[in-house]
Design a protein around this ligand. Structure first.
Ligand SMILES: [Ca+2]
Ligand SMILES: [Ca+2]
Ligand SMILES: [Ca+2]
Length: 462
């Protein structure tokens, strides 16, 4: 359910809990090495791994730690952010107009008076007269720091701190800046999905957040950023919109530019129970509006098809939205048994928004290729799954598989059986086999080239 902050434009998702337990042990070890009055047994509670390679604080970290304990005392535990670029309890970053770095330290109060709250806090230290001095301290929601990042949203550097609550789908977010010698909290919220992206192409990122509103029984999307509407620019909520009621969790955000100030946002989501959909929002002058297209672009997933997202599959700047249907002849089977056809829809923008189907395709299991089903095959040809990552495109006649039109195989080497030809460039793992003889539905070479598209490996361009 939970999605982490994406430091830059496109997601680099991290699995929750992927970080091993080492950092916490390390935190205790750091603490016990510096906090002398602790009883000796703490050291022996550390794992063997921790004892063999005790984390050493650098000179700067030691100076910062000493300045921190001067300010808050020693009854605290350093907290390691669980994901992202900054994984140390000591984060150094230049946050203001003055040229040297400031330090942020995350810690948890150990005082018995800290009550039911998580006791998470952050302390900001700056250099004064050649020494580190604690200048600001604030509490944070949640029980663990998930991610720390720095962004300029249009009015100087802000620090974003995400934290999680044990066993809850929400994360907390605080956006703060450091000016006039203290920390200011500019914005605070909870969220279930977040993406950070320059949604309106003004050169600065915005936050796109989704959270669940129990009163409305609906997920709400929010756009948060630097407002430039009035003379006094301000960081905060720009607009929000309720999403379709069947949103259970958000998977991914994709954007399409319409013109200078208008954009379409495609929010792929799970409805639960192996059903997926896409919510489209328009964003005009930073105003989010949910668009309703009735069916909601329903799709299923099974072991015969990769997970599909809204994406610009043909590189023309227009986002295509996937919708799945059982292939001819698979309608009566259960979803796990079905071969699925994927139709891709686009939004037409002619005064009012409407949608239309652009392509019908078969997508290979590992997303190695997209087969664009030619119009003259539609309604007549279906797909038969064979062994060795092979599928046959076959005529479907009288409720049964008939003539094979084309076979496509994904293979590291040329298949041993006769008739297979390599298809595509030299890196391609695609082999094809065409039927012998003349069929009315057979492909010409040109038709084949425009139908069978090899998906570039990651890192390659189209
Ligand atoms: Ca500075
Ligand atoms: Ca922007
Ligand atoms: Ca496209």
């Amino acid at each position: 359910m939970k999605t982490k902050i994406n430091p830059m434009k496109r997601p680099k998702r991290r699995l929750r809990g992927a970080k091993p337990a080492l950092p916490k042990i390390a935190a205790l070890t750091v603490f016990s090495a510096l906090a002398l009055p602790l009883c000796g047994c703490t050291v022996f509670e550390a794992s063997l791994e921790g004892m063999l390679s005790p984390p050493k604080l650098t000179k700067v970290q030691t100076e910062i730690y000493n300045a921190l304990t001067l300010s808050i005392g020693e009854q605290s535990e350093l907290i390691y952010p669980r994901s992202g670029e900054y994984r140390s309890p000591f984060v150094l970053f230049n946050m203001d107009g003055e040229a040297t770095d400031e330090a942020i330290v995350f810690y948890r109060e150990k005082s018995p008076n800290s009550g039911a709250a998580g006791g998470l806090r952050m302390n900001l230290l700056d250099r004064r007269g050649g020494h580190w001095v604690s200048v600001s301290d604030c509490s944070l929601s949640g029980s663990d720091i998930e991610n720390v990042s720095f962004y300029d949203f249009g009015s100087g550097i802000n620090v974003m701190v995400s934290s999680s609550f044990l066993g809850q789908p929400e994360n907390a977010l605080s956006v703060l800046n450091y000016s006039e010698g203290r920390l200011w909290e500019l914005y605070k919220t909870t969220y279930r999905f977040m993406d950070i992206y320059d949604i309106n192409d003004d050169g600065y990122n915005e936050l796109f957040l989704v959270n669940y509103d129990p009163a409305l029984e609906s997920h709400i999307a929010s756009l948060v950023g630097q407002s430039r509407r009035e003379e006094g620019s301000r960081f905060g909520l720009l607009s929000s919109a309720a999403l379709s009621k069947d949103v259970a969790s958000v998977q991914r955000l994709t954007r399409q530019r319409i013109n200078e100030s208008s954009f379409l946002l495609f929010l792929d989501y799970s409805k639960g129970d192996n059903a997926y959909g896409t919510q489209i929002l328009s964003c005009f002058s930073d105003n989010l509006v949910s668009l309703d297209f009735g069916e909601g672009f329903a799709r299923r997933n099974n072991s015969n098809i990769p997970v599909l997202y809204s994406t610009d599959i043909d590189g023309d700047g227009i986002v295509e939205i996937p919708v799945t249907y059982p292939m001819l002849g698979y309608e009566g089977l259960t979803v796990p048994e079905q071969m699925l056809q994927v139709d891709w829809f686009v939004v037409n923008n002619e005064g009012i928004f409407s949608v239309s189907s652009k392509y019908s395709t078969y997508i290979s299991m590992g997303y190695e290729y997209i087969f664009y089903i030619p119009v003259r095959w539609q309604g007549f040809v279906t797909v038969q799954k064979m062994e060795n990552s092979t599928v046959n495109f076959v005529l479907y006649d009288n409720n049964s598989f008939a003539d094979i039109m084309l076979s496509v195989r994904v293979s590291e080497a040329l298949p041993e059986e006769e008739g297979w030809e390599h298809y595509g460039n030299e890196d391609s793992k695609i082999y094809i086999k065409k039927p012998k003889g003349d069929f009315p539905m057979a492909f010409t070479e040109d038709e084949l080239k425009s139908s069978l598209y090899i998906v570039p490996k990651r890192g390659e361009t189209k």
